[in-house]
Design a protein around this ligand. Structure first.
Ligand code: FMN
Length: 262
């Protein structure tokens, strides 16, 4: 069973392609995350958990779901990370998670995809060409990873080595960064908002409560900053302070060559 969470479509793309090529099913974890549904998941084939990297780590809400949900059936687990190029300590966290669940850790693979985080100015926007190149290179890597999974081999060579200094820096850094930088105060919706409630329905942590007109109200101090609301808004009505107005919105769907072929 290929399990995934995806805010802007990168991870869904990789998960769906891996499922197709390994002859397995894929399961979107969004509903389970939103409902805090930790009921067992059963799979006769290996578990393949696909997730986006957040601040060098496995996002806490995905970690919680993996830990609390009994995985029944097959004892092998693979992890697949999509990131903007740096997966930090994810592979080391994944190994630990597998051990805590009593599952065999079969390694991890990194897919460098377009970076979807637009709520700071730390990175220059990617050009259209770079976006397509990243997607194309990831697509080319899928058959190799799928074959290894299908034949029950470990993804050892694809697993990122985590240096001790990375662990030492990342473990204290990430919670501090998250607390300081992931407030919701700067999110707002402009008059362009059509009250469709898409943002609220996609929010993994359910921090958006629509008002009587369906307009989003961020109803918590902090959120995951997954960018789902901002990036998926059909009329681009959502912004984060004065950082996002000039920026292009990204979802994988806009670049999905499979749809264009249909
Ligand atoms: C809150 C947040 C933190 C992120 N941190 C990292 C990071 O540490 N390293 C990195 O390479 N990409 C980082 N990214 C980029 C995403 O991991 C990447 O774009 C991913 O493919 C998005 O997946 P999705 O489209 O399935 O949501 C971050 C994105 C978000 C929203």
């Amino acid at each position: 069973m290929v399990l995934y969470f995806s805010a802007t479509g990168n991870t869904r793309f990789i998960a769906d392609e891996l499922a197709k090529r390994t002859g397995d099913d894929s399961l979107n974890l969004l509903k389970r995350i939103r409902e805090k549904d930790f009921s067992p998941i059963r799979s006769d084939k290996p578990f393949v958990v696909c997730l986006p990297v957040y601040v060098c780590e496995i996002p806490p809400f995905i970690k919680e779901l993996i830990l609390k949900t009994p995985f029944e059936g097959n004892k092998n687990i693979y992890f697949i990370f999509t990131s903007g190029g740096y997966s930090g300590i994810c592979s080391s966290m994944a190994k630990r998670l597998a051990r805590r669940k009593g599952l065999n850790y079969m390694g991890s693979a990194d897919f460098k995809m377009p970076r979807n985080y637009i709520a700071n100015n730390a990175y220059p926007e990617l050009t259209e060409e770079e976006i397509r190149k990243r997607i194309d290179n990831s697509y080319k890597l899928i058959p190799e990873i799928a074959d290894l999974i299908s034949s029950g081999q470990k993804l050892v060579k694809r697993s990122k080595h985590v240096w001790l200094f990375e662990l030492v820096i990342t473990i204290p850094f990430t919670p501090v960064w998250t607390r300081i930088r992931q407030g919701v105060k700067k999110f707002s919706a402009s008059d362009k908002c059509i009250g469709c409630r898409k943002c609220a329905n996609l929010c993994p942590l359910k921090v958006i409560t629509p008002d009587e007109n369906g307009r989003p109200v961020w109803d918590a101090k902090m959120c995951a900053h997954c960018m789902s609301c901002i990036q998926n808004c059909p009329v681009e009505a959502i912004d984060y302070g004065d950082i996002t107005p000039p920026k292009k919105r990204y979802t994988f769907d806009k670049y999905d060559f499979r749809k264009q072929k249909e």
